[in-house]
Design a protein around this ligand. Structure first.
Ligand code: ADP
Ligand code: ZN
Ligand code: ZN
Length: 742
């Protein structure tokens, strides 16, 4: 006999509440996770519908009190069924409880008080506003925020404050300034949350070039003949992938179906979002991670009701409850942010392909630097490869020079900037062209160490270095622990204790020393603390309010800067030296994207890659913009060491506030795995990369196998063991399939 867990209300706070029912033998074949069933409910045995979210062989409650399922709702194509099946997929393939999986897929509506919203509208006539706008435009270095606001208000009557400041990235100071001049007024009103922008009627329609046309036609022809596949569009930076997506989207929408577009959060900028809005108008809705649960819920409701047909957002947009989903697009498919960092740790790519299968939809992945995972599947025929070889408007790719930093050092230049890069910078500044300087995130950080003995000062609660902060304090960036900065080294007593400046900060100083008149902007974790800091800096640079933009990898995504003709990569090796099998791939991706930033406009661009390893294949291949050569070398390396995509890895982490218990429990789990699958490869247990965090000790085990399902079995075995284990209940265990950092 089988027993089913059934939820009767999936929309609101009752996801946790399941009811157990008997599965009658004659229904056993039809009752699977996700199906909609009719059950007798409550005292009066009222017939109501529910969804099956779990099945088991042993009842959890007194069997004599359980009632049987009445019937299965046949052909129930309810979107809820699809989402519950998707949750079951997450649970099985990534490891979580059904509850965690359901909550990932279905947003919970929190009871929220009707919020007071602020709205902005014109306080002057349209003609006067037009005059104001013209005056703003004639000013040199005018505030783009003010321009944007006035342009918007010439189109729409009222503008939501949140929308203006978040999506349109208009600084609130700009709005307040126009308010104080009596040009606009800001009022608080009660309104329904509903972002709204008018479709731009005067947009220029882009005609696809031959390559783009062929790509779009291939996909549309398949859709028209009922072939639903997964495509990988490999197109160089600036090849016009987004235009291809939009052409196919239009086709799918004309068939009455809906579209989900995934974009990495970091690329969800004003520029990208506006392209979708201007093309599809208010059929589009945008999700972003800064939205409240209520706002997200509202957007999902709009999707369910058919009010919108395109959802653009980061990975969670994948769960938009479109009833008739026809297409899922994943732009920048290689981005690590598509892997969830919370349980269940799903990958949006695999999950999208599964959802598309349930819905009968098409998937398009796009990237200039495809992941090894996706590209290898085009080689086996699982995905279909479509290549865009040239830039959309025929611009040449930037030419690229590699500078050997070892030779630079030998000839006496110890600066972060090579002579060649300095020379090119001077030239560009003379010509009033713009420059981007790029330094990998994991450069020298501001951690505190002793220059005499090398001792690094660590947080007492975490296994990480402390950072120096203003006011003579040291702080832990993981737990917030703060203490007075040490004056002497606790290890050797030396006075030579201090912090290295973050690489970007140091670089900014150097550039300002060398080029005192250059206007420099810096973008890194420090300068983008404010909610919109990120976008403000990019907009300012786009408006040529600065000549040089210095930044971490944040600056290589999302924005097109037509006036940038020089890109400098200060230290290409930093990401190569990470002890992670992805480091070659990450380096190639970052360098290629960075090089691709140069020469987007009419002027040709140059990229300079400074490196200590000029012969490294990731560096050479990115300089040549040669993906194929990178892929074949990287694939050979993965195969040799049997790393994904040539195999699969399951990471298992055990954590506990008692170090001994974490160690013992990890040892026990390793034994269980050995017993369950004697031939499987086990690495560890060992301390996690950060072995202690907030006073919790963490041990990891990695298990490797060629077949994913074997790892799923390992996970299932451990889950079953943990359920009945009585000891070490103070430890917690989680799973990470194909972790993106090991
Ligand atoms: P990708 O996503 O591949 O980097 P985009 O779609 O962002 O490329 O296109 C790069 C630039 O080229 C954009 O400014 C876009 O508007 C423009 N573009 C793309 N296709 C065409 C075309 N067929 N004709 C004119 N401009 C185009
Ligand atoms: Zn010391
Ligand atoms: Zn800490």
């Amino acid at each position: 006999m089988k027993y089913a867990d059934i939820i009767i209300d999936i929309s609101h706070e009752r996801l946790d509440k399941t009811f157990e029912y008997i599965v009658p033998t004659e229904l056993e074949n039809q009752v699977t996770e996700g199906v909609q069933v009719v059950i007798p409910f409550g005292q009066g045995n009222r017939a109501i519908t529910g969804y099956v979210v779990g099945l088991h062989n042993k009842p959890e409650f007194d069997v004599t009190k359980l009632k049987p399922i009445a019937r299965v709702l046949k052909d129930s194509i309810a979107i809820e069924s699809q989402l519950i099946s998707l949750a079951a997929f997450l649970k099985k393939n990534y490891g979580s409880t059904m509850n965690q999986a359901l909550k990932t897929v279905i947003p919970i509506k929190k009871k929220e008080n009707e919020k007071l919203k602020k709205e902005i509208s014109l306080n002057i006539s349209l003609e006067q506003a037009q005059i104001e706008l013209t005056q703003i435009l004639t000013k040199k270095n005018h505030a783009v925020g003010k321009e944007r606001l006035l342009r918007e208000l010439l189109e729409v009557d009222v503008l939501d404050w949140e929308l203006a400041t978040k999506k349109l990235q208009i600084p609130s100071s700009n709005i307040r300034d126009l308010e104080s001049k009596g040009i606009v007024k800001v009022e608080s009103v009660r309104t329904f949350r509903n972002p709204h922008i008018n479709k731009d009627a005067n947009q220029k329609h882009i005609v696809l070039n031959e390559e783009q046309e062929a790509a779009a036609e291939t996909i549309k022809a398949d859709i028209d003949t009922g072939r639903r596949k997964t495509y990988l569009i490999h197109g160089v930076t600036g090849s016009g992938k987004t235009e291809v997506y939009m052409d196919v989207m239009e086709h799918v929408i004309s068939m009455g179906q809906q579209v989900i577009v995934l974009i990495p959060e970091i690329a969800l900028t004003y520029q990208t979002v506006m392209r979708f809005y201007t093309r599809f108008g208010d059929k589009v809705s945008i999700l972003n991670s800064r939205m409240s649960p209520g706002e997200r819920f509202d957007q999902f409701e709009r999707a369910k009701s058919g009010e919108i047909s395109i959802m653009v957002g980061p990975r969670s947009a994948l769960f938009t409850p479109f009833a008739n989903l026809g297409l899922i697009i994943i732009d920048e498919e290689h981005e690590p942010s598509y892997k969830s960092e919370v349980i269940p740790r799903y990958h949006a790519r695999e999950t999208a392909v599964y959802r598309a299968k349930l819905a009968g939809a098409t998937v398009i992945l796009g990237s200039a630097t495809p992941s090894l995972e996706a590209y290898s599947r085009t080689q086996t025929g699982e995905y279909q490869l479509i290549t865009l070889h040239s830039r959309a408007m025929g611009q040449d790719m930037a030419s690229c020079e590699i500078v050997d930093l070892r030779a630079e050092l030998q000839s006496g230049n110890r600066s972060m900037l090579s002579r060649r890069l300095q020379e090119l910078m001077a030239d560009r500044l003379n010509k009033h062209q713009q420059i981007m300087l790029f330094l990998n995130r994991r450069g020298l950080m501001g951690f505190v160490s002793c220059r005499a003995c090398g001792h690094v000062l660590k947080c007492p609660h975490c296994d990480v270095a402390l950072h120096l902060h203003a006011g003579g304090k040291m702080k832990c960036h993981y737990c917030g622990y703060t203490t007075v900065a040490a004056k002497t080294c606790p290890s050797c007593g030396s006075k030579y204790i201090g912090s290295f400046k973050a690489g970007t900060q140091r670089l900014e100083e150097i550039v300002k020393e060398l080029f005192p008149t250059a206007r420099v902007l810096r973008m890194d974790a420090d300068t983008t603390k404010g909610k919109d800091g990120h976008e403000e800096i990019l907009s300012a640079f786009a408006a040529h309010e600065a000549d040089v933009l210095i930044g971490t990898q944040m600056i290589v995504k999302g924005h097109d800067f037509a006036n940038v003709t020089l890109v400098g990569i200060i230290a290409a090796d930093i990401s190569l030296n990470e002890s992670d099998y992805h480091s070659g791939e990450r380096t190639f991706q970052l360098l290629t994207q960075a090089v691709g930033r140069a020469g987007r406009g009419s002027e040709p661009g140059i990229a300079v890659i400074q490196t200590y390893q000029p012969d490294n294949y990731s560096v050479v291949a990115s300089a040549n913009q040669d993906y194929d050569s990178f892929y074949s070398q990287e694939y050979a390396y993965r195969r040799l060491l049997s790393y994904p995509p040539c195999s699969h890895i399951l990471g298992i982490q055990v954590s506990c506030d008692k170090q001994q218990d974490a160690i013992k429990q990890a040892d026990i789990l390793a034994d269980i795995i050995r017993q369950a699958d004697s031939n499987i490869i086990i690495m560890g247990p060992e301390d996690a990369y950060i072995g202690k965090l907030k006073d919790v000790y963490r041990r990891v085990i990695y298990v490797k196998a060629d077949e994913y399902d074997r790892l799923v079995n390992v996970k299932d075995t451990i889950e079953a063991f943990l359920l009945q284990q009585k000891q070490y209940r103070n430890t917690s265990t989680w799973f990470d399939f194909d972790p993106i950092s090991t």
